[in-house]
Design a protein around this ligand. Structure first.
Ligand code: CA
Length: 552
């Protein structure tokens, strides 16, 4: 009887999981903050990223994929599928005491996925505003949130400008001083996965704090990179090494979680008795008909085939290019974080999952971070989500069909005349200028100039001076009034074609003008001293203009 009951449990789990075979995929959207183009192993880096490399090799690497050049704008594209010129987040990032955020009239990705029946969880960095509770993750479609609202906080102390910023849902977390954020967030992500009831598809948004500055990592990881002389680069390498380990742990938990966990979660419910009876009947019938009864090992094999991972779409993306001053490099691309040159906006990304029909390939098709929103909600079975700028690119990613995109607006962030650009690193916030990619061609207008930054470990001793020169050169000199590049032929933006091809310049300028007409005024607001008053009083960054009250 015990044996039959045991089989019965698994039988029901298998039947339910098989019935769910066509259900929407679980989605894990992983964002690595400020990850440079050339820093992961599959791009040739010396930094050890075996888990990332393996997943990328088994999936589809997105080689012509673009993001925004800074944190807040890219995160807004993930949540809404809209270009930042349409949400008002096109200029710079939200500072902790600035009273604005992702406007409430946009239905977010998790809100739409919730409508499609998903369990929605977020672990990590928000950076889309928190001045009122209604702007925070648990009010924007996430059933649970563990992470921080601002940016740039200390990885060990979880403080931004000396004030704590770490929450479990809406509640302050005050006992994690000394625990490195990547370890903290991985533990939380694994817990979300293992406790997930797989009767619903899972959406896990996992924007890590790594590899954003401050450049910090536990010493034992730094020691692995003793062959890198440059201390900042050495520590950055350790930060990425930890993220790779984190991704290994997260994917391994997805390989374990699923029906068995789900099964445990329903143990207390009355229908387990019915499940036992049906299972016993099934095995009795097999017995009566002299059919072979599966062994416990075979049954286990069937059950474990239906783990979460077997129906999970895993997405890996950076939110902007690397920042050499913080150890991240985009070599051989030109430019850095904050720049509309390729180093700022060409994003490292790949997707992995059994639903991909053509894997082990590099997609050269044009893609943008706004595309995730329509792509994912369509995969979830929802055909509506409001007006978006992104495209459903599922066929492009999964089968290699040509992208429905012919162009990408990279941004329009033009300085008012009185605030003419003076240097990318010398003033904050600076203006990015404007840029657009149409097919092979890219136009840049009124952009701060930038150069090519080679990772320090690629220099030999004599070239350290040149490296230093390049570092100094990040105090960018000059200004790009107009430049035109053929990115397909010249991805490193060496040959400005604007003089040779004035007709193309004009055509792309017309496209920029087209987008300018629909741009909304940037939402940026002056800092508010009340934010500091509330943060100091509560000893944590807290919504300070609360209108809806704290969620219970
Ligand atoms: Ca970033």
């Amino acid at each position: 009887m015990v044996r039959f009951s045991w089989f019965a449990f698994f039988f029901i789990a298998v039947v339910l999981e098989t019935a769910n075979g066509s259900k929407p995929p679980n989605i894990v959207l992983t964002v690595i903050d400020d990850l440079g183009w050339s820093d992961v192993g599959f791009q040739g880096s010396v930094i050890h990223t075996p888990n990332i490399n393996r997943l990328a090799a088994e999936g589809v690497i997105l080689d012509n994929y673009y993001v925004q050049p800074m944190c807040t704008p890219t995160r807004s594209t993930l949540m809404t599928g809209r270009y930042p010129i349409h949400t008002g987040l096109q200029h710079s990032v939200i500072l902790p005491s600035q009273p604005y955020g992702l406007p409430l009239n946009f239905k977010t990705l998790p809100e739409t996925l919730q409508d499609a029946g998903y369990a929605t969880h977020m672990v990590g960095k928000w950076h889309l505003g928190f001045f009122e509770w209604s702007y925070t993750p648990t009010y924007r479609g996430f059933e649970s949130f563990y992470g921080f609202y601002t940016d740039m906080e200390d990885h060990f102390e979880h403080e931004r400008l000396g004030i704590l910023d770490l929450r479990d849902d809406t509640l302050p977390v005050r006992d994690k001083d000394g625990t490195y954020s990547a370890n903290l967030f991985t533990k939380q992500a694994v817990q979300v996965i293992m406790e997930h009831n797989s009767s619903r598809p899972l959406f896990l948004y996992l924007p890590f704090q790594n590899v954003h500055g401050p450049v910090q990592a536990p010493q034992k990881y730094i020691d692995k990179y003793s062959f890198i002389e440059n201390k900042t680069r050495r520590t950055y390498a350790a930060m990425l090494d930890i993220v790779d380990e984190a991704i290994g742990n997260v994917t391994r938990s997805l390989e374990k979680a699923g029906p068995v966990v789900w099964y445990k979660s329903v143990l207390s419910k009355a229908y387990i008795v019915g499940a036992c009876l049906v299972g016993i009947l099934y095995f009795k019938t097999l017995n009566l008909l002299n059919l072979p009864i599966p062994s416990s090992a075979e049954t286990w094999k069937i059950v474990t085939k239906n783990v979460l991972w077997d129906n999970t779409l895993f997405i890996f993306t950076t939110d902007n290019g690397g920042r050499p001053k913080s150890g991240g490099y985009n070599w051989p691309l030109r430019g850095q974080k904050g720049s509309l040159l390729e180093g700022g906006v060409r994003g490292v990304a790949f997707v992995h999952g059994p639903m991909l029909k053509k894997t082990g390939v590099k997609s050269k098709e044009l893609l943008h971070s706004t595309d995730w929103y329509p792509t994912l909600i369509n995969l979830a079975g929802k055909k509506e989500g409001g007006r978006v700028d992104g495209f459903d690119v599922w066929e492009t990613i999964s089968t290699g069909k040509p992208s429905p995109r012919t162009e990408i607006l990279l941004n329009i962030d033009l300085a008012p005349k009185e605030k003419r650009y003076r240097g990318m690193e010398s003033i904050h916030p600076y203006y990015q200028g404007a840029a657009i990619r149409v097919a092979d061609m890219k136009l840049l207008v009124s952009c701060p100039n930038s150069t090519w930054f080679k990772p320090p470990e690629l220099y030999n001793k004599e070239m350290v001076i040149i490296s230093f020169y390049h570092f100094q050169n990040s105090q960018v000199k000059g200004f790009i009034e107009v430049a035109l590049y053929n990115i397909t032929a010249d991805p490193t933006e060496h040959n400005d074609l604007s003089q040779k091809l004035p007709d193309v310049v004009q055509k792309l300028q017309e496209r920029l003008e087209f987008y300018k007409r629909s741009a909304v005024t940037p939402l940026n607001k002056p800092t508010d001293s009340q934010a500091w008053d509330v943060a100091r009083k509560d000893s944590i960054w807290t919504p300070w203009r609360s209108t809806v009250g704290e969620k219970a």
